[in-house]
Design a binder for this molecule. Structure first.
Ligand SMILES: [Zn+2]
Length: 110
């Protein structure tokens, strides 16, 4: 798929999920708020999706990877799946390398 198709996949199919909240430590309902993406020089694309935990109201960030087909020069992305989740533990600090992709207002939303 091309980048618009990948964006559409995230927009249309990632809504609310059941996942373990790193803040309350329980398997809970998390609600998608917002997403953006970052393209790597090798063509891979990583989406950053911000969710809010319904029970505790805190934010978490999950990343979703698309891998570029190395055998073509055109955009040909394959959905790989969820990759990382932040905060990793009971920790409200994002690593600087990750937080730079998130607008300030998203980090301060309560
Ligand atoms: Zn929670």
């Amino acid at each position: 798929m091309d980048l618009p198709a990948a964006k559409n996949l995230i927009e249309e199919y990632v809504k609310d999920l059941i996942d373990v909240c790193p803040h309350c430590g329980a398997k809970v309902h998390i609600e998608k708020l917002w997403n953006t993406h970052h393209s790597f020089s090798n063509g891979d694309v990583e989406f950053y999706v911000v969710f809010r935990c319904r029970p505790c109201n805190k934010l978490l960030l999950k990343t979703y990877m698309f891998r570029q087909n190395r055998y073509t020069n055109s955009t040909n992305l394959e959905a790989v799946g969820w990759d990382e989740k932040f905060p990793l533990t009971l920790d409200t600090e994002l690593p600087t390398g990750d937080s730079k992709y998130i607008p300030e207002e998203m980090l301060s939303v309560r």
